[in-house]
Design a binder for this molecule. Structure first.
Ligand code: 4GS
Length: 266
């Protein structure tokens, strides 16, 4: 897979692209990343990439013609789809990561200042994507996040041990809790320290069932919105409804001093 990133700050990328799993994927040729300096496509002698907004007001706006020239050069070498990163875009999800992983060439364009001339988005961007409801200083971190989420879905990028982790959000649920040695840990500050006994039982069926229930419970409590997105089978639907009923009963029981999250450790 090829990914081209258009940015005013290409020096922000090498540490991320060259380290860990992304670095290994690049060395193996599984992903090819190209950084393009937007400023190289300015035509005036001061290499201006931005200008003041029509209508007045503070801040600067990226010039549409400069980005157009940059994207045209990139596409002339390898046709691809253009993603503009901004808080006005569609919130990025794992489903988008799966979609982008199937494209041969992903072109990510990082904004700065107040943004870009809206006509460029209309003319040149195939999609506008947001990393979340907060304001960053530039689109570089969102581009790195998207590339990271996409790269790990490309066959061969993850090793076997890492692939197991791909299961968690792939199911549409939050991950279940994890525990490791020591089985008996005495935290200096006190508090919950027990490993759920099922995980120590050696009963693989019981462990799988416990994890599934925990993942469902956590999702119900923390992110019920996620449950709407997936087409559950009849068995799963019944399990979700039973757990939701348990939760509701706990909430209605005034004498039950346990928090809902306590269910997660039983
Ligand atoms: C995001 C975001 C962002 C918006 C870039 C203000 C500089 C900044 N980009 N998801 N101008 N959230 N961009 O905050 O994608």
């Amino acid at each position: 897979m090829r990914c081209t990133i258009l940015t005013l700050f290409p020096e922000m990328f090498p540490a991320i692209l060259g380290s860990s799993i992304l670095g290994r994927a690049a060395k193996r040729g599984l992903i090819v990343t190209e950084l393009v300096q937007i400023r190289d496509f300015a035509t005036d002698k001061h290499h201006r990439v931005d200008d003041s907004p029509f209508g007045g007001g503070p801040g600067m706006v990226l010039k549409p013609d400069v980005l157009e020239r940059a994207v045209t050069r990139v596409k002339s070498e390898h046709p691809g789809r253009v993603i503009w990163l901004s808080p006005q875009g569609k919130p990025f999800t794992q489903e988008d990561a799966r979609r982008f992983a199937a494209w041969p060439h992903l072109i990510l364009v990082c904004g700065h200042y107040e943004g870009v001339d809206e006509r460029w988005i209309t003319q040149e961007a195939d999609e506008e994507i947001s990393l979340g409801d907060y304001v960053l200083t530039g689109g570089e971190l969102p581009a790195m996040v998207i590339l990271d989420a996409v790269a790990r879905l490309i066959p061969g990028v993850l090793g076997d041990a890492e692939s197991a982790v791909a299961e968690s959000f792939g199911t549409g649920l939050l991950d279940h809790p994890h525990y490791t040695r020591p089985a008996h840990w005495q935290p200096l500050r006190g508090g919950e320290a027990r490993v759920p006994p099922t995980l120590l039982s050696g009963d693989h069926g019981a462990v799988a069932a416990w994890r599934r229930r925990q993942a469902l419970l956590r999702t119900l409590i923390r992110r019920p919105d996620l449950l709407q997105r997936v087409a559950w089978n009849r068995h799963e639907r019944r399990l979700i409804e039973a757990l939701a009923k348990d939760l509701e009963a706990m909430e209605n029981d005034q004498d039950d001093s346990r928090s809902r999250e306590t269910l997660l450790h039983t």
